[in-house]
Design a protein around this ligand. Sequence first.
Ligand code: PRP
Ligand code: URA
Length: 213
Amino acid sequence: MGESFENLVVVEHPLVKHKLTLLRTETTGPKEFRELVAELTMLLTYEATRHITTKRILVKTPLMEDYGEIIDDKAITIIPILRAGLGMADGILKLLPNASVGHIGIFRNPDTFQPVEYYCKLPPNISEDYIFILDPMLATGGSAAFATKLVKEKGGKNVTFISIIAAPEGVRVMKERHPDVKIYTASLDRRLNSHAYILPGLGDAGDRLYRTK
Ligand code: PRP
Ligand code: URA
């Protein structure tokens, strides 16, 4: 029997597939790349927030009063992993403008592919929040697993990970180390190459967002 990833949700939608194909394309420049990352993040957020509770409030329309439902987006914390995760923050904040934002800075050692932390600033009292960690690329899973560990050490319990592209290797690592964390992604790609880049992937997300190569 094939391997199953109960921790993974691949968001299957024509809009997601369309925008992801444009994002992968080598000739897509940084302006369009950033716009596509924000748009894809919004589409993924739509699915990744399905479990959030709503509260009933009375609403007065021009015609009558009735009950409606709203999300308490102050009870939501989003945490982009720097750098590339920053590109996703605007997209999710368009939908959840009152969310708190934490930042975790991690880069991969290019030889060992191990995560190296260089910054961590999280809001206080996140234990009751819905937490969304953002990083477009889930490759070896080292950065994602390390960031999730930091968030849990600060009290985070209800953690969801949103990526744009995931490799099976990274999903496996998250399943082993953080089986409680559900991952939402636009694509489960084939595998990693010898430099731990995702195939077919999109290249280096940070470099494409910020034209640093
Ligand atoms: C990239 C990407 C992830 C990480 C994924 O960041 O944005 O954070 O690699 O790889 P992993 O799953 O093997 O850990 P990078 O280290 O290139 O840093 P950057 O965002 O600053 O460019
Ligand atoms: N980080 C990236 O930006 N791209 C990959 O394919 C893997 C890690």
